[in-house]
Design a protein around this ligand. Structure first.
Ligand code: ADP
Length: 382
């Protein structure tokens, strides 16, 4: 049974907004995406009013979920701060009401105040360390690295999750071969999909790729926050977040609002991408997130036939850059057909060729990341 936008609007018309009028007349709704039983839309309000709208968001989501034929409903509350208005109230320190996500302003709050960004972010219960895998631009192998790094951490005996927050082009469904829709548990939290021993969640499991592409910054933030907090992650040592590529406003807000313990930056050796990586470093510095290190991907070309290495992109740039910037250099991953073919077939190389040379490289990178997070993981376990 397919669900129509009109059915959704009919349900929403029965919900009262804090402005006293029906939700559908409050001039706050985005376009409604309803396809294949999956419904997504956002409620866009001024940050000053955001608190009052949280219950409306939850009510709207529950009402849509109750429509026969709806399998997934995701309602994002986005709060945009109007110029000159007061900053929004900070998110609640802990998750009080299941199903009600914290609200975030579009513009990141000013930096350098008495309160550090880390203090504003509430930890996610059960998760010892959330880390980001980021890149200055798309196509450098960020997602491939994020998944293989997660698998490397798994191989070191850690409990690992992967959150694909690359909202503009979620590639985790392709890289893992997972396309099912997550089910809800008794508390109406989404149960992450499991593959390769990892707990995996991607916006690509919930909405069509094209829908995600047109989201504005605040919607991205809200959707990612929900995927972090409205998912039953269970107990994890590390949750690897595959960030959207780039260093724009959306990425900065994300880096600031996700309780990150560190970030890994992926770069190719080409100059341009190194410049982008430097922007990534600056971004994480701005929000006080420690950079765990730089990974040079597609570092050199290794001939699949004779094994000869050629530095087609001028290999070594990222190592040099990391030294100059005083951040750890985590390792070099060759440009190799096996990495590409396994990734694109949903069988990441660390899992499908665990004894091969590439798995060893990813595991060595994972080892360095694990060493830097050791204290945090031990503290969470104690
Ligand atoms: P991003 O997340 O940065 O956009 P992806 O991880 O999706 O990049 O990778 C882009 C393409 O490059 C994919 O087809 C992937 O299989 C391929 N790729 C990534 N890393 C390597 C590598 N080291 N060797 C060969 N192909 C790679």
């Amino acid at each position: 049974m397919s669900v129509t936008q009109q059915q959704v609007l009919d349900r929403l018309a029965k919900i009262k907004s804090p402005r006293g009028v029906a939700l559908t007349n409050a001039n706050v709704l985005s376009a409604i995406s309803a396809s294949d039983g999956k419904v997504f839309f956002s409620i866009n309000v001024d940050a000053a009013e955001a608190r009052a709208w949280e219950t409306v968001r939850a009510e709207a989501e529950a009402a849509v979920r109750a429509i026969p034929g709806v399998t997934t409903a995701m309602v994002a509350l986005t709060a945009e701060r109007k110029a000159g208005s007061a900053p929004p109230p900070p998110p609640q320190p802990s998750r009080g009401t299941p199903g009600v996500p914290p609200v975030h302003a579009h513009k990141p709050p000013p930096q350098g105040g008495a309160q550090s960004p880390m203090a504003r972010q509430s930890e996610i219960p059960g998760i010892a360390a959330v880390i980001a895998v980021a890149s200055g631009k798309g196509g450098v192998g960020k997602s491939t690295t994020a998944l293989n790094l997660a698998l490397g951490l798994r191989d070191l005996g850690l409990k690992v999750g992967l959150l694909d927050a690359d909202i503009y082009g979620p590639s985790v469904p392709r890289l893992t071969g997972l396309h099912e829709k997550p089910e809800l548990d008794g508390e109406r939290k989404m149960i992450p999909l499991r593959r390769f021993g990892l707990a995996i969640m991607s916006i690509g499991f919930l909405v069509e790729e094209e829908t995600a592409m047109i989201w504005r910054g605040p919607m991205v933030m809200s959707a990612v926050t929900q995927m972090l907090r409205d998912v039953a992650w269970g107990t994890l040592d590390v949750l690897v977040v595959d960030m959207p590529p780039g260093t724009g406003d959306a990425q900065l807000t994300l880096a600031q609002n996700v309780p990150l313990k560190g970030a890994v930056i992926v770069s190719t050796p080409q100059d341009l991408s190194l410049i982008d990586a430097r922007r990534g470093l600056a971004m994480f510095k701005k929000v006080n997130v420690p950079v765990l290190g730089i990974v040079e991907n597609m570092s050199y070309f290794q001939c699949p036939h004779c094994g000869t290495k050629s530095d087609i992109f001028g290999h070594g740039g990222a190592r040099h850059e990391a030294e100059k910037l005083g951040v750890p250099f985590l390792g070099e991953i060759p440009l190799h057909m096996a990495i590409r073919a396994t990734s694109d077939a949903g069988n990441p190389v660390v899992d499908s060729e665990p004894d091969g040379p590439h798995a060893a490289i990813y595991r060595a990178i994972a080892g360095q990341v694990r060493d830097q997070l050791k204290g945090v993981i031990a503290a969470a376990r104690s």
